[in-house]
Design a protein. Structure first.
Length: 426
């Protein structure tokens, strides 16, 4: 059976996946953002997940017919009508109260419903709680399409495993979990991914197992990071270097190598809330998962307090002090600012009466301003500061001359533990 694939949502997850599928299948990348489509068709990806060379080599000028491989990007529904595999890769955020927001998934399901035909398969990649695909999304597809689930059309779930900014563990090199709404559809979905994922696939017995597997991956990491963040708080009180402790403990073969830090981004800082929400619907209050989230969400305030404490010890006046924040993206060497916890540090520092300048050569300054109301710069400042906080371990910061940016008694605080010389670190 010949397949034509449409990937809906061309962000950090969807574009690399669509580009990869295009090496073997006729593929349409669909996104409602017309500016994004125009940018991609020009051969550039501003998320930097796909290089200009790779993107240009995948792009075709016309919507490919079945049997012809290549990537065609579009915002026109007519261009996805003849696909038979629809893969949804839209974001699944939380609101200000940390409640799951399924709106992007519902909207994408409505879009698919408008073009769905008998025999088609809808595959979801967005991270959700167990049951979301079949209980929340599929009814929308049924309503809009007028087709009956597992009779006229089918579904699958294959959780995304994209690691933004990681050029080593790219999508094809990470083993992929797959699933289908029937055993036969599971095999079809698995074969489609197996055709492009060189690391291999794991076919889960059902969609709910695949959904649950994904949501616990990031919840597990969140809890482990919360543990070392708590250790950092304890050892700082005891005047013990946390990184030295972790290095020593890491000599044991089964010690897990987690480091303290700010837990942001679109996955680890969000996904545990999806699992917690579903657990509470079943009458269970998840204590460890939510305790880990509370601790990690508190780290921005903690880092700011530690910076101020270090400044006071050096007799630096806090009120109106000039502080330089190095980095605002949620992780190193990546322009992604979604759910970055650096903004918590900045807000807390400003609450103390300081003036914070944010420098990040990777972040889009307009996006930072739009999302957080923070003015950032991509150029190294020329003034000198009372304190410098290294918040993100961008490669550009490894060799930056901090002496040129410091006042004589300035404090250097290292959140990431990568600087050779600093006054304090997390």
């Amino acid at each position: 059976m010949q397949h034509k694939i449409t990937v809906l949502g061309l962000g950090y997850v969807g574009l690399p996946l669509a580009r990869l599928f295009a090496t073997k299948f006729p593929t349409v990348g669909f996104d409602i953002n017309q500016t994004r489509i125009q940018e991609l068709n020009s051969g550039h990806d501003d998320t930097l997940e796909v290089s200009d060379e790779l993107l240009s080599s995948a792009l075709v000028e016309h919507n490919p017919a079945k049997g012809d491989k290549g990537l065609f990007c579009s915002y026109d529904l007519k261009d996805i009508e003849d696909s038979n595999i629809y893969i949804i890769t839209v974001p699944t955020p939380v609101d200000k109260n940390n409640r799951p927001v399924l709106t992007p998934l519902i909207k994408a399901s409505e879009t698919v419903g408008k073009v769905l035909k008998k025999g088609d398969i809808v595959v979801y990649e967005s991270t959700v709680y167990p049951g979301a695909t079949e209980e929340d999304c599929i009814p929308v597809v049924e309503k809009i399409s007028g087709l009956k689930f597992n009779v006229d059309f089918f579904a699958g779930y294959s959780p995304e495993r994209i690691n933004p900014g990681d050029k080593e563990h790219t999508v094809e090199k990470i083993l992929k979990v797959t699933s289908g709404s029937t055993p036969e559809i599971g095999e079809i979905v698995n074969d489609i991914y197996k055709a492009v994922i060189t690391a291999g696939t794991h076919l889960a017995p059902c969609i709910k197992v695949a959904e649950a597997a994904k949501v616990i991956e990031n919840s597990q990491r969140d809890i482990n990071i919360a543990f070392v963040n708590e250790l950092a708080k304890i050892f700082n009180l005891m005047d013990i270097n946390t990184h030295d402790v972790l290095e020593a403990a890491g000599t044991k073969w089964n010690f897990l190598p987690f480091k303290p830090g700010l837990v942001g981004g679109h996955c680890i800082g969000v996904d545990p809330y999806y699992l917690a929400q579903k657990a509470q619907e079943y009458g269970y209050h998840p204590e460890i998962i939510l305790a880990g989230r509370r601790l990690n969400d508190s780290m921005g305030q903690y880092v700011a307090a530690q910076v101020i404490k270090t400044m006071i010890k050096k007799d630096i006046s806090v009120n109106k002090a000039k502080i330089l924040m190095l980095g605002i993206t949620f992780k190193e060497n990546c322009p992604d600012v979604r759910n970055t916890k650096i903004v918590d540090v900045i807000a807390a520092l400003e609450d103390y009466g300081t003036k914070v300048t944010t420098y990040d050569p990777w972040a889009n300054t307009a996006e930072v301003k739009h999302e957080y109301g923070i003015h950032s710069t991509s150029e190294i400042p020329t003034e000198k500061f009372d304190a410098i906080v290294l918040g993100v371990a961008h490669k550009e910061f490894l060799n930056i001359n901090l002496e040129e940016l410091k006042k004589d008694t300035a404090v250097v605080y290292d959140v990431k533990g990568i600087l050779e010389k600093c006054d304090a670190k997390l």
